[in-house]
Design a protein around this ligand. Structure first.
Ligand code: ATP
Ligand code: MG
Length: 399
């Protein structure tokens, strides 16, 4: 019995009842055989996408042209793909031709690594023509077929190999490694979005040092945007101690270690989303502030709460241990949560200084007050703040 697949078994049975063959395949089978928690379940079948759509009530057509649909069943998603072989990778992006074939073995042959080319039927029996099970036992990543050919067909597989090493603590079989080191340059053919997607998983892997080691030893790192030609930056990767759960955490530390490359440059070269870029900037600000000074009320006030865990992970790993409770207690004690909570406003300032022209000084004054209130040097009381500001900005002082 393999309970993790129980819902999936219904899908296989239903497809078989309609005269098709269907198997579990890919990462879920691999992870099940390794004994690690399985993620998304992939199913490979002789049924065409239209036939799958006819059989199941809830089907989302995510990639019909590649033969893939998502079947929703009892709140779970199953990626169901029609058996296929792919030919011609001239543009390095989409197979020129996707030909549906009623042949499980050919479908397995197009898959990247032997450990990912194992099919499993509804009884848990495996179909394993490329000896993926023994690769799993050896903790070995090897391509299905000749490595250099498989990497030329789709250079992204090189990065996939390294991210699996980082996720699974597997080695690269020697021929697979040599082909990867020889072919590293080909990664340039791959779009940055797809590269970033794999790198994100590599850096989040529990065996990240292994992934980084391979990235550097194969020299694949020297073929990646931003890293290219920057040996110091490449070397700074060896300072990585723990997995980065988010891309923003990784770039934050890389910028901290190698300040020649700015966050904007990273964002542009890696096509980061605006959100990731912003988070990286906020995290970087918090890290550079706290590494120079300390973790104080001002830092906690400025740190967005959704970045708290990232901040704690980085600070604890690369500076000194800090507890979540400590930061939360600082947060709880904050006299204000935002600038708007100040008991003075811009309008007050204008009223108190009728002789002054409106201008940037108003915002500057409010920011100074904000900081002093947050760190507890001034109480958030209008009369006290008025006195302070009258003294600081009295008519004799110049703009
Ligand atoms: P994860 O646990 O991260 O989902 P996975 O092995 O399932 O890992 P997916 O990207 O979900 O990876 O792909 C599902 C399966 O499709 C793989 O196991 C592999 O058999 C096949 N596959 C994916 N990408 C490629 C590729 N670039 N070349 C060949 N086969 C691939
Ligand atoms: Mg998967």
């Amino acid at each position: 019995e393999f309970p993790a697949f129980s819902n999936g078994k219904n899908i296989l049975e239903k497809l078989e009842q309609h005269g098709h063959s269907a198997y579990f395949v890919g990462g879920a089978v691999r992870d099940f055989l390794i004994g690690r928690p399985i993620g998304d379940i992939d199913i490979t079948t002789s049924a065409k996408p239209e036939q799958v759509q006819d059989i199941f009530p809830k089907v989302i057509p995510v990639g019909i042209e590649h033969g893939t649909v998502i079947v929703r069943h009892e709140g779970e998603s199953f990626e169901v793909t029609t058996f296929r072989v792919e030919e011609g990778y001239s543009d390095f992006r989409h197979p020129d031709e996707v030909e549906f074939v009623n042949d499980l073995e050919k479908d397995l042959a197009r898959r990247d690594f032997t450990m990912n080319a194992i099919a499993m039927d509804k009884y848990g029996e495996v179909i394993d023509p490329y000896l993926g099970k023994s690769s799993i036992k050896e903790k070995m990543i090897r391509t299905v077929g000749t490595p250099s050919e498989r990497f030329s067909e789709d250079p992204l597989r090189m990065l996939r190999a390294l991210r699996f090493a980082s996720q699974l603590d597997f080695q690269l079989e020697s021929e697979t490694f040599s082909a990867l080191a020889d072919g590293a340059e080909m990664i340039k053919e791959i779009s940055i979005e797809r590269i970033t997607g794999e790198l994100e998983k590599l850096f989040a892997g529990p065996f990240v040092s292994k992934g980084i080691g391979l990235l550097r030893r194969s020299n694949l790192v020297d073929c990646l945007p931003v890293f290219k030609g920057n040996r110091r930056l490449q070397k700074s990767l060896s300072q990585v101690k723990v997995p980065f759960c988010q891309l923003s955490e990784l770039i934050c530390m890389l910028v901290y270690w190698e300040q020649q490359v700015t966050i904007s440059e990273w964002a542009k070269a890696w096509k980061l989303s605006n959100r990731t870029k912003k988070e990286t900037e906020q995290l970087y600000e918090a890290i550079s502030y706290s590494s120079e000074k300390q973790i104080d009320a001002w830092l906690v006030y400025q740190l967005p709460s959704h970045l708290l865990d990232s901040f704690i992970r980085l600070y604890t790993t690369y500076f000194s241990p800090v507890s979540r409770d400590y930061i939360l207690s600082l947060n709880k004690a904050l006299p204000i949560r935002q600038k708007r909570d100040l008991s003075v406003t811009g309008a007050d300032l204008i009223e108190w200084f009728p002789e002054r022209k409106k201008g940037p000084w108003i915002n500057q004054a409010l920011t100074s007050i904000e900081k002093l209130v947050v760190i507890g040097e001034l109480p958030n009381q209008k009369n006290v703040l008025k006195e302070w500001v009258k003294h600081e900005y009295h008519p004799q002082s110049t703009d």
